[in-house]
Design a protein. Structure first.
Length: 141
């Protein structure tokens, strides 16, 4: 069964001008891009997206980072998309990410780690609906 996940190319990805390279890797790994947009989140929106981390010591900086520039959220589809995308991007901290993963190749720090990927099918559904309306998904389905 095909599954969907939410990816976000973070502001550091756009700043470093590696969006094309990262998208190529995503496509080469077998994901279809179902929907994609460019957004500049304000702090309130970024804070809301990452609200599960609101009590973490890194939350304030994370919100500042995610609202510091444009992001590219996208809906990806593939068999086992959630788990496979997490494997493709690698560990949160690039220092701990496996060789060949997107974060290992492009990330510069644990915070500035190029890309977001949903961590469960339930969160994927919630995160997709955070950025995309039902109409945008249906029309691209
Ligand atoms: P994930 O993106 O690999 O799922 P999470 O633990 O959900 O990692 O954290 C969300 C984001 O918060 C990370 O992608 C990263 O940008 C940032 N982050 C997580 N842990 C730290 C930390 O210890 N220091 C700085 N930033 C962090
Ligand atoms: Mg996470």
């Amino acid at each position: 069964m095909k599954e969907r996940t939410l990816a976000i190319l973070k502001p550091d990805c756009i700043e470093a001008k590696v969006t094309g390279k990262v998208i190529d890797e995503i496509l080469a790994a077998g994901f279809d891009i179902i929907a994609m947009k460019m957004v500049k989140m304000d702090a309130k929106t970024a804070g809301e997206f990452y609200r599960v981390h609101k009590d973490k010591p890194f939350y304030r900086d994370l919100v500042a980072f995610m609202s510091s520039g444009r992001c590219i959220p996208m809906v990806l589809e593939k068999e086992n998309a959630v788990e496979d995308f997490r494997k493709l991007i690698g560990a949160t901290d690039p220092a701990e990410a496996e060789e060949g993963t997107i974060r290992k190749k492009y990330a510069t720090s644990k915070q500035n780690n190029i890309v977001h990927g949903s961590d469960s099918p339930e969160n994927a559904r919630l995160e997709i609906s955070f950025f995309f309306s039902e109409a945008e998904l249906v029309q691209n389905g």
